[in-house]
Design a protein around this ligand. Structure first.
Ligand code: FES
Length: 111
């Protein structure tokens, strides 16, 4: 277990919004969904789109490059590029990470 600071203050992280955070050279996406923060890889597994530039839709984030859609809760591919459903394995799932709030700041468990 390796909890890492994100620099994101929970009180300033509005529900339904997302942030890109860089930790130890990696890019991660934080999403305030419901009453908790979801954390997942911030770079699309298709061709490297930056998911923080994408669009949140329900429990998913849509890549800004070719519109693959990923679950922000599980990292599962909900749609392949060009919004193709059901997905056929063109895009691969994203890794997801546990989050917690300590002293008002969001932390991510990078394992
Ligand atoms: S780079 Fe994300 S769908 Fe192509």
């Amino acid at each position: 277990m390796a909890w890492k600071a994100t620099g994101v203050a929970w009180a300033a992280f509005a529900p339904g919004t997302k942030r890109s955070v860089n930790i130890d050279g990696g890019t991660y996406l934080l999403v305030h969904l419901g009453t908790s923060a979801c954390a997942l890889d911030g770079v699309c597994t298709h061709e490297g789109g930056i998911l923080s530039d994408g669009t949140l839709e329900g429990d998913g984030v849509i890549c800004p490059e070719h519109a693959a859609k990923f679950s922000v809760r599980t990292g599962e591919v909900l749609a392949d590029p060009d919004g193709v459903t059901p997905p056929a394995g063109v895009a691969q799932p994203l890794s997801v990470y546990r989050t917690r709030v300590v002293d008002g700041m969001v932390e991510v468990d990078l394992g």
